[in-house]
Design a protein around this ligand. Structure first.
Ligand code: JD8
Length: 283
């Protein structure tokens, strides 16, 4: 996979030299380049921002450097095979929520181009213009406010690159994990068996693989019910068998009630798309 990142803070991406992503780069699985947006400015101050039309606080990223960056990294003149067309990914609080499903989708692309905004964001015409040439996906990490897109790109790349063939040593660890089957994972333990008065559950030391698998499944179900009822409610009914339903009942979960909770969750929304800050009462 080829990845290009454009940012006014290329130093933010130093961690991409480390660990498994660094290894994937070193062995050619991942061809990653970070570009300084200011390389596509022409004034002495290398200006990338200006005041917002319509007024308001802060600054907006000017379109011209972004236009030149896209011309360089997503050229209109395609290679004859057309395969070099990148998918443009733009972190934004107004984007589509980033999920494991989207990570899988992005991992199937051969070329990703990330545009990191700062300040109040990028002039909208950059995205509108880019969409005439490439597929554009605005992505949000979640409902909280960041300074810019850089950290979001680090998160997205970590989720995406670990799905690339050959990046994870242990292929089995991919589909056994949380979010692959829609449940949180059971807790994990290692040696020693007794540590500061806390014991590893007996079942995990029993060597009985059937009992261990059932225990882990029950823990996953109980944990998900307690911590993420939204995930449990979103499960397809057929992904829970009779023993699962029994485990949920023991954990005190009424699945019908969970499903109702998922559809008529009380709204805290005041139209801004964000829940009220602490201290403010929801409408
Ligand atoms: C990109 C600029 C800051 C955005 C005013 C200050 C993602 N989940 C997420 N939260 N925030 C971002 C994000 C924030 C960004 C930029 C992503 C570029 N900002 C601006 C508009 C409102 N703030 C994000 N992914």
């Amino acid at each position: 996979m080829r990845v290009d990142i454009v940012s006014i803070f290329p130093e933010y991406f130093a961690p991409l030299d480390l660990s498994l992503i660094g290894k994937a780069r070193a062995n050619g699985t991942l061809r990653l380049a970070v570009h300084d947006l200011r390389a596509w400015t022409h004034d002495v101050h290398r200006t990338v921002d200006d005041t917002p039309y319509g007024g308001g606080p802060g600054m907006v990223m000017r379109p011209e450097p972004w236009g030149e960056a896209l011309d360089a990294l997503a050229p209109e003149e395609l290679a004859p095979d057309g395969v070099t067309l990148p998918r443009l990914v733009v972190p934004s609080p107004a984007g589509e929520p980033f999920t494991q499903a989207m990570a899988y989708e992005l991992a199937a692309e051969s070329h990703l181009l990330f545009a990191c905004g700062r300040y109040e964001g990028i002039d909208q015409r950059v995205l509108d213009h880019a969409a005439t040439r490439v597929r554009v996906t605005e992505v949000s990490l979640g409902d909280y406010v960041l300074f810019g897109g850089e950290v979001a790109v680090l998160v997205i790349l970590e989720a995406v690159t670990r799905l690339l063939p050959g990046v994870l040593g242990n292929a089995g660890s991919l589909d056994e994990e949380s979010h692959a089957h829609g449940l949180l994972e059971a807790p994990m333990y290692t040696k020693p068996a007794l540590w500061r008065g806390h014991e590893v559950p007996e079942v995990l030391r029993s060597g009985d693989h059937g009992r261990i698998a059932r225990w882990r499944r029950d823990e996953a179900l109980a944990r998900t019910a307690g911590r993420r009822p939204d995930l449990l409610a979103a499960l397809a009914p057929e992904s829970l068998d009779k023993r699962d339903r029994a485990a949920l009942e023991r954990a005190g979960v009424d699945r019908a009630a969970l499903e109702r909770a998922a559809v008529d969750r009380p709204t805290l929304d005041d139209g801004t798309g964000f829940p009220p800050p602490p201290g403010r009462v929801a409408k």
